[in-house]
Design a protein around this ligand. Structure first.
Ligand code: NI
Length: 180
């Protein structure tokens, strides 16, 4: 097994739509094993092909001691109910923002042996599925933020890419009440 370099913001592959895998082969199992090892070392709870420079529709995940490989996923249903929770991404190190996601999703996909399966996930795993499937479509979690937050995130990413420190938080505003 090998640790793969993780592509970060600015890598064009993160913005491309990954191709379907026509036939799941031993090389995909080797890739998945390397992706799982890389995800564990990072550490993270999910890792998509685009993030390691492979533009094929495959991702790995590990939540609550369960690990999985997902090939050619499709979300076949999602709850109308959404929840907001802090999200980060191994390709956008140091950035965390609350993202709204469906609480529950059902996906159809192939496993590492090419066998079809259906899986309904909720909570964190549902969030991971949505985040990783976005990666396969060239979408990053910052794209899901409301416009003002997205602009702020982009500003931070630009600062990081220039090697600048994060913007310091604004000085606390003394309220009128406190000065009375
Ligand atoms: Ni990510």
């Amino acid at each position: 097994m090998a640790i793969l370099p993780i592509r970060t913001f600015g890598d064009p592959g993160l913005r491309e739509r990954a191709r379907r895998i026509e036939k799941v082969k031993p090389l995909h199992r080797r890739l998945a094993n390397n992706m799982i090892e890389t995800m564990r070392v990072a550490p993270g709870v999910g890792l998509a092909g685009n993030q390691v420079g492979v533009l094929e529709r495959i991702f790995v995940w590990e939540v609550e001691d369960e690990v999985g490989v997902v090939v050619n996923p499709a979300i076949i249903s999602r709850s109308a109910e959404v929840e907001e929770s802090d999200e980060g991404c191994l390709s956008l190190p140091g950035l965390t923002y609350p993202v709204e996601r469906s609480i529950e999703v059902t996906i159809e996909a192939l496993d590492e042996r090419g066998r079809p399966f259906t899986r309904t996930a909720e909570g964190l795993l549902a969030r991971v599925f949505q985040h990783e499937i976005d990666h396969l479509d060239g979408i990053l979690f910052v794209d899901r933020l409301p416009e003002a937050l997205r602009r702020e995130a982009m500003r931070e990413l630009t600062r990081m890419s220039l090697g600048l420190p994060p913007t310091p938080p604004p000085a606390p505003v003394t309220s009128a009440e406190e000065t009375l």
